[in-house]
Structures are given as C-alpha cells and as structure tokens.
Design a protein. Structure first.
Lengths: 368, 368
C-alpha cells in the first residue's frame, strides 16, 4: 500500500486504482504537452475530442457493445436515468415492469409512476431485500414497454448473477454498482445505464448503452427535458452541451488501465476472489458474523454483515478498531445499519485479506 | 507563465488559476492525510461533508447570498436548468417571459414551450444578437410566472451590466458565463443558476441560489424528474443522490482562492482591466479588428471580433500565428465564425497583454 493510503471499503464513490490516480496527478497541470489541464480544455478542442473518442472506443471494446448501439455519457447519475428511461422508452405504451430487489430498484419504480404505470413484476421488500425470486414468480406483462431491473443493489448486497430472461419485452438494466466488474450481455438489453463512481471512476457521470430502436426519438415523450433526450445525446455524441469533461477523462484513464490488466474477465476474477474470501470468513465464523442475503443472490460488490446478530455496541467497536488497521468506511448504509464492505475494482485483494485477517482476530477477542 | 503552459482563451471549459490546479494536484492521491483521494470518498463521509459544507459557506459569503435562500449544487449544466426552472417555477401559471439576447437565452426560451408558453419579452436575433434593448422596449407580462434572462451570452459576447428591473415578477438568471466575475444582487432574483466551468471550476456542476418561496415544492410540476426537483435538492443539501464530488471539491478550492485574492470585487477589477485592454485594442485598430457588439452591451467575458471585416483566410492566419505565441483557443463559436477571446478568471492580465501585443504586431504586418 502506498504511503499513508488506507483500504477504503466505501460503497461509492469508492477506491480507485492508485495507478489511475497517479497518472491523473501527473497530467493535472499540463496534459501531454498541451499546455493546459484537461479541466481547462474546450470540449470542442482537438485534444478533448480525442480523449472522448478514445473513451468511447474503449467502452465499446471492453464491453463488446454491438456496433449499432449508441454509447451515451450523461450527468445526473442513476437518479436522473430513472426518469430518462421512462421519458425515452415508454412510447405509446403506458406501463412498464420493474423487478424490485432493493432500494435502488424501488426508487426507479417509483419514478415511473410520474409518467405512466410502474408495475411490480416482483418486490422483495417484505423479506428485507435479501433474495432474488425465481423467474417463475415474476409477474411479467407482455404488453409492458420494458422490464427494468437493478443488477446490483448496493444497500442490500443483492446481485443478479445472470441476465434476466424477459422474452421479447425490452430489457433495461441499472448496472451502476457492478458495471465493469464482469463481462455483460449488452445485446440482450435495450438499455444499460450505470453511474461510474463504483468501478470505473469518480462521481458525476453515467454511461449508457442504447439499442438503436430507442435512439431515434420515436418513443420520446414531448415533456422530456432536452438534456434527458436519448436521441439528442446520441445524435450529438454526448456533446449536445458541455459534458463532465474531467470526469470523462478520468474514466478514460480507468478504461485504459482496465485494458492493461486484462479487461472485464480480470475484474471478474478479482471480484470472485475478493468476495469469496470475505463470504468464506463470514460463513466460517460460526454465526459471529452473518450476512442476511440468500447465498444465490449475494453481491460480489457489496457485502453487508452483522456482528453477533446485530450487537450495535460490538459493531461500533469493530468499526473503530478496523480504522487502526487502516480499514475504512465499513459502516452499513444508514437505512439498514450493521457493517458493509464494498469490494469494487479499486480495492485490491490484499485489502480484503487485511480485512478478513482483522475480522478473525476481532472474532477471537470478542466471541466470549 | 509556468513551464509549458499556454494562454488559453477557451469559452469554457476554460483556464483556471494555476494555484488551484497545483493544490488539487498535490492532494490527488491522499487528501489532507485522509488516506484517500477526494475522488474515492463516500459523499456521506465526514471529510467530504466538510468539503461540501465549506464550499456552500464560501458561496454564501462570497456572493452575499441572503440567509433564507437555498444553495443548490446540481449536475447537467445550464441545459438541464433550462428545464428545471420551468418544472419548478411555473406553478399554476402557464406562461413565462424570456429576454432573449443570444443563443443561450434562445435555448432556454425554447425549452419552456415543452411545459407552458415561453413569451419573448425581447429577442435581438434579427440584429444578430449584438444589443440589449432598453427596458422600454421589453414586453413584460405582469401575469408571467417569471422573467428569465441570460446575464452573459458566450457565443455573441453580450452581457447585462445591470440587474433587469421586472417589477414584482420573479426574476430568473442564467449566470453561467459571468458568475463569479463581479458582485451580484442575489436578493433581486428568485433564482440564479450557473454552470461553474467558466469562472469557478471544471465542467460538470451548476450552482443555484433559490428564493425560499420556490424551495417548498408548491410550484413544482408533477412530471418534474426527482433529480430536477428544487425542493428535493434543497431539502437534502444537494445530496439526495451522489453529487459530482470531485468537481465540487475543485470548485471549493477555487472559492478559497477567490477569498484569498479579494473576492468578487477583485475578479470584477481584473475583468474590467482585461476586457478594457482588449476592447481598446480592437477599437483603436482603425477597423482592422471589429467587435460587432454595441458598446453598452459588450461582454467582459467573451470578446468576439473579426479581422478586416471577416477575412477568413486572414483569421486563419491569425489563429495559426497566435499559437506560436502560446495564445490558444481563439476561434469564434462554430455558429458565428471569426475570432473570440474569453477572459475568465483563470486568464491573467499578462495573458491579455500578450494577446493585444500580438494583435498589434499582426495588424502592422497584415494591414497592407
């Protein structure tokens, strides 16, 4: 670990590869001899257009995006996408299906009802968002404009390990929190969107992969803000207005790093190793640590756990002592409490090993 | 000028004070001993909450924001604000007035018609956006929900030198391109918004100052995307969802620097000196250089000019030779051509002096 750096298990914004940060640091005041910082560049300049083009090309290569899909780069995060999806994809239909398996899917569903009817194809709230029901239990409406799911729920630690099969209804995915952590089946989706602040950069930008039949504006509502128009964004190469240039540039550096280390299969392997190590420690603790999520639905990205069945005093002690071992940001989301370790790409395996070592010694000292 | 740096006259994103860039560079990998980059911090962390709180406090101090106004920090730039203004401020009324004095005001006006009726209180398009009509010529509707104006038009180089008096109708200003360049009368406005990528930071964030009677949601349309809701943003301290954390932090550094150098009156003085020098050179060139904008409406931020009445070959030569003197990004907006020098806060007086020196020698060599 670099001097003074800590292991940061934040659920997002989150740890980034040190190499990426150092490259950004080196280029801060004078980008590749251009005489200026990327922060200072006109988004129409030759230099910045090249940065944006390379980032898009690397997104297409790394994610194997079908060539007829549009790549969108947008501000406003997943929250604005919750609206944009409906405003651009509902078309002449009035309803859409939502697979709700956590708090983010719930928010996306709620937003739909501003513009149409968001139908609950499934909702695991009553079991505290700890499962993903089998397909046989989903109530899918063949007349729905689309089916929306959240591929990974950060608060609850629930992740789809497969692409949902919803027949011919367009499939929409919020992949904010597991984007760039494994290969994905872009072609099975009509739209994939993801805030980049987990596995691919700083906060302030979302990426979208859009099937061409939703890029021509034919399904766009008249009340859709111009900024949110998929057609406007797509037709203008995500530069209808000034993009989040510096954030886009940092994402570009992260993409280059991703290529260098081996692409999505590398991140997938790392994620499996890291989450396997942590879940193994939890499951091997004889109940001292517990993860509430059903095994088949467990997230490789966000691992929520309780200590001694939710002993708050002990959890506080755990968080305090963890910091002394340079293990930071391990508190659970304010809405659920407990602990949570997020294992995004920026978290090295050695950081998770340091965490599990600490967890074992903490358990030995506090089991009683 | 620092080694290898150039004078960058970009209309935005644009030059930033070197001191700000260097501070950001220093803190990139480990922010003040936190063990992490600001890019990696949870937006709910103690460290980041302190950064955001200090930025808001400095905005309030520097701009003398009335204490009951909300300070909003948002993504999506002015373009998304064009929609948000209408979605949050039209209320039970159906129409709003727009003073259109350039291309940005025109876009804002157009957006209004998605949700109501945007009325043209004035429109200088027929005279190519080179004037600001006197108040007597404005057609103001006392029943309008608000009056919108763009305080500075970057493409056309037109700037209001005063706060428009519109009586009791709420006044809304897009100050994207002259924000933080002079003291402003916040209390005379119901809402001021500004992308920060001109005088206050990198692209990817807008700041808003909102009068409390528009912060309670009472005038919000039901179709307003949650992300765009002034009430939701205000009630949650601009952290309903993950903000553009790093961009916000850089703005915070720029604000601290602004305080250090003397606040808005310092930037106003600098802007007057810089634009005075450049306009003086243009006006003293005996028509070799010409600025199409009426003197009383000339912008201190963006100075468009032609050479020999629009000699395109000579303008190209000018731009090419300027680069040899480290004078960059002087082409006019693609929609109007010619040349344009933008003189935001990040451009030092010596940069403008270097430009005017070059302009004089170029004139001497090419006057014939």
């Amino acid at each position: 670990m670099a001097d003074g750096r800590v292991y940061n298990f934040s659920a997002g914004p989150s740890a980034m590869p040190l190499e990426v940060l150092e490259e950004v640091q080196r280029e801060m005041v004078n980008y590749k001899g251009s005489g200026m910082s990327v922060m200072e560049m006109s988004h129409r300049s030759k230099e910045f257009m090249a940065i944006a083009a390379e980032a898009e090309k690397n997104l297409r290569d790394i994610f194997a995006v079908p060539s007829d899909y549009k790549v969108l780069m947008l501000q406003g995060g997943a929250t604005l996408q919750f609206s944009s999806v409906v405003l651009n994809m509902l078309g002449s239909k009035s309803k859409a299906d939502y697979l709700v398996t956590g708090q983010w899917g719930e928010k996306a569903h709620k937003e739909c009802n501003k513009y149409g009817t968001g139908q609950l194809a499934c909702n695991t709230k009553s079991s505290k968002f700890t499962t993903i029901p089998a397909k046989a239990e989903w109530k899918l409406d063949p007349e729905a404009a689309f089916v929306h799911y959240c591929a990974n729920e950060t608060v609850n630690g629930v992740e789809f390990s497969y692409t949902p099969d919803v027949g011919s209804v367009p499939l929409v995915a919020d992949m904010s929190s597991n984007f760039c952590s494994k290969p994905i089946e872009v072609g099975k989706h009509a739209y994939i969107y993801a805030g980049i602040q987990k596995n691919l950069g700083p906060a302030g930008m979302a990426v979208g992969f859009l099937r061409p039949d939703f890029a021509d504006g034919s399904k766009e509502m008249k009340i859709c803000p111009t900024y949110c128009s998929f057609k406007t964004t797509g037709d203008n190469g995500s530069m209808y207005n000034t993009p989040a240039c510096f954030t886009l540039y940092v994402m570009g550096e992260y993409l280059k790093y991703t290529k260098k280390v081996g692409g999505l299969s590398y991140w997938a392997e790392q994620s499996d190793k890291k989450s396997g190590l942590l879940y193994g420690t939890i499951d091997g603790s004889d109940g001292f640590y517990q993860c509430p999520v059903e095994k088949s639905a467990r997230s490789r990205m966000n691992v929520p756990f309780t200590i001694k069945g939710g002993d708050e005093a002990l959890e506080k002690k755990f968080l305090d002592e963890a910091k002394k071992h340079k293990l930071y940001t391990l508190a659970g989301h304010r809405s659920v409490g407990g602990c949570r370790a997020s294992l995004y790409n920026g978290m090295p395996l050695e950081g998770v090993a340091a965490l599990t070592d600490f967890m074992k010694s903490f358990m030995d000292e506090n089991r009683k």
